[in-house]
Design a protein around this ligand. Structure first.
Ligand SMILES: Cc1cc2nc3c(=O)[nH]c(=O)nc-3n(C[C@H](O)[C@H](O)[C@H](O)COP(=O)(O)OP(=O)(O)OC[C@H]3O[C@@H](n4cnc5c(N)ncnc54)[C@H](O)[C@@H]3O)c2cc1C
Length: 469
């Protein structure tokens, strides 16, 4: 490849693409190369294209304001204002759960008021006991079990949180990292009426534990001013297309179907890399910086001589089942709900039409079921299961029928947030850090402990470039 200074990005998800854009805006002289393993960039923000049945996102993905003005303006600026559908106030994110056999639509947090009286009483008493000494969440929590017990008391932790985590991850809370409580809405519980909750929410301590029971009536003083964006013309891939167009205008070279197989360094600096694509190798020299958003586990063997003994436990396969219904699903306006019910593979069901007016096509309404699947099942079995689960959720009321159904297994999906996996990732990040390479930057999902949500990933990218500006 031609001589000269090159910044290399590895991983073409939103983290790598946005990082490459930020660098290209700041430094027009350095050549930028982005390497992506798959045949297309976009990572989790790509689309399935079914021709006449239209496109589907890889499950639920939209864009949330982060509160960092410079970042939010850049992301919102990717599409013209008129092309965004903006949800704000109490409509910013309307979610529910399928829990104990019913669809709960007032809040995405478990509502204790729906429990049998004795269990509810036990949970409330346990909560008040735990809260009475204002104990903070453990500073160094070893597991989701520790955090759940400290936050809510033993009764809620054992009777509610434990079975939900077991359903989702097939692991006990003792074996799960505290991150597991954040991946779905387990960070609070609904317990009391609106007036009492409002009183309690004046305390920051209780506000971090007790959720307002009616998400659509949350008083203005507690509603974040942050907004949610989704393209009016259905498809989160429009954000990726906009990023790609900008990168093309800035002459950023994107190599798809490619991987970095060796990294050369000179003491404390990466100097070069070998990229393999379709059996052919390309050597890149004169690397100024390496930005890695393809997971620390793939980077560590390339930079560290000796790796610590780490193990990674296998989680579920993530399967996205895309459906078209001939009527709006009966979900009371929810954008999505999490499923906490044993006996279902669905962990989230999304009704795209609820937050994107452009989602319906040919008079049909797109819905997606994201599965965490632990057994080997072929496509027809997954599709039959999705049809059955949609029916059991009760979203097909008023005689709605499923006109199209297609299951897709993701190459890399939901991470298993087990203590073992998070410890292994930390050990590998440490090995990378110990190499003390000054021009190597980790970006993207799990580049830091607990870094998972898109807004946090983008903030981390943004700050990386602000810091190195
Ligand atoms: C199933 C699921 C649901 C989610 N739901 C939400 C949600 O509701 N809200 C939210 O805020 N966040 C959600 N997230 C997290 C969000 O998707 C991520 O924060 C965001 O997509 C991270 O972007 P990324 O670029 O780091 O990773 P990715 O989008 O995963 O991109 C990484 C890219 O690197 C490529 N790659 C991997 N290995 C290599 C290699 N060796 N060489 C070259 N390229 C490689 C991959 O092909 C991919 O294109 C979800 C994540 C998952 C998995």
């Amino acid at each position: 490849m031609a001589e000269g200074k090159t910044a290399l990005f590895v991983g073409g998800g939103i983290a790598g693409l946005f990082g490459a854009l930020m660098l290209s805006e700041r430094d027009s002289r350095t050549r930028i190369v982005l390497v992506e393993r798959e045949s297309e960039v976009g990572g989790l923000l790509r689309a399935f294209d079914y021709g006449e049945h239209g496109r589907f996102d890889y499950g639920m993905h939209n864009v949330y304001d982060t509160g960092l003005t410079g970042l939010d303006e850049r992301i919102a600026g990717l599409l013209p204002d008129a092309e965004w559908q903006i949800s704000k106030g109490n409509a910013r994110d309307v979610a529910g759960i399928f829990f104990r056999g019913r669809l709960q639509t007032n809040s995405p947090y478990i509502d204790l008021r729906t429990l049998p009286a004795t269990l509810r009483q036990e949970c409330v008493t346990g909560f008040l006991d735990a809260a009475s000494n204002l104990a903070p969440e453990p500073a160094v929590a070893t597991s989701a079990a520790d955090v759940a017990r400290a936050k809510y008391g033993a009764a809620i932790a054992e009777n509610l949180i434990r079975p939900v985590l077991q359903k989702l991850y097939r692991r006990d809370p003792e074996d799960l990292d505290p991150l597991a409580l954040r991946l779905t809405a387990l960070g609070r519980v609904v317990m009391f009426s609106e007036p009492l909750t409002l009183e309690l929410m004046r305390s920051a301590y209780l506000r971090g534990r007790v959720a307002y029971p009616e998400q659509r009536r949350l008083p203005a003083e507690f509603v974040p001013s942050l907004r949610t964006y989704y393209p009016k013309n259905y498809g989160i891939h429009h954000v990726i297309d906009a990023l790609k167009a900008r990168l093309a205008r800035r002459n950023v070279a994107i190599m798809t179907g490619a991987q970095v197989v060796t990294i050369d360094r000179d003491d404390r600096r990466v100097t070069g890399a070998t990229i393999e694509r379709k059996g052919e190798r390309t050597i890149l020299e004169g690397i100024t910086d390496l930005y890695w958003s393809a997971g620390p586990q793939f980077l560590a063997p390339l930079v560290a001589g000796k790796l610590p003994p780490v193990t990674f436990e296998r989680g579920a396969r993530t399967v996205v089942v895309n459906m078209l219904l001939d009527r709006q699903p009966a979900m009371d306006g929810l954008y999505y709900f999490y499923c906490y019910e044993p006996g279902f593979d669905t962990f989230r069901l999304t009704n795209f039409t609820a937050y994107c007016d452009g989602a319906p096509r040919n008079g049909l309404f797109p819905v997606s079921l994201e599965f965490l699947t632990y057994e080997q099942k072929d496509r027809p079995a997954l599709e039959a299961q999705a049809r059955s689960e949609a029916e059991r959720f009760g979203i097909l009321s008023r005689g709605a029928t499923i006109k199209f159904c297609r299951a897709e297994t993701l190459a890399s999906g939901f991470p298993l947030p087990s203590v073992t996996n998070m410890k292994s990732l930390s050990a590998l990040r440490q090995v990378i850090e110990d190499c003390d390479i000054e021009n190597l930057h980790l970006l993207g999902i799990l580049a830091e402990p607990g870094l998972f949500f898109q807004g946090d990933v983008l903030k981390h990218v943004y700050r990386t470039f602000e810091r190195t500006a």
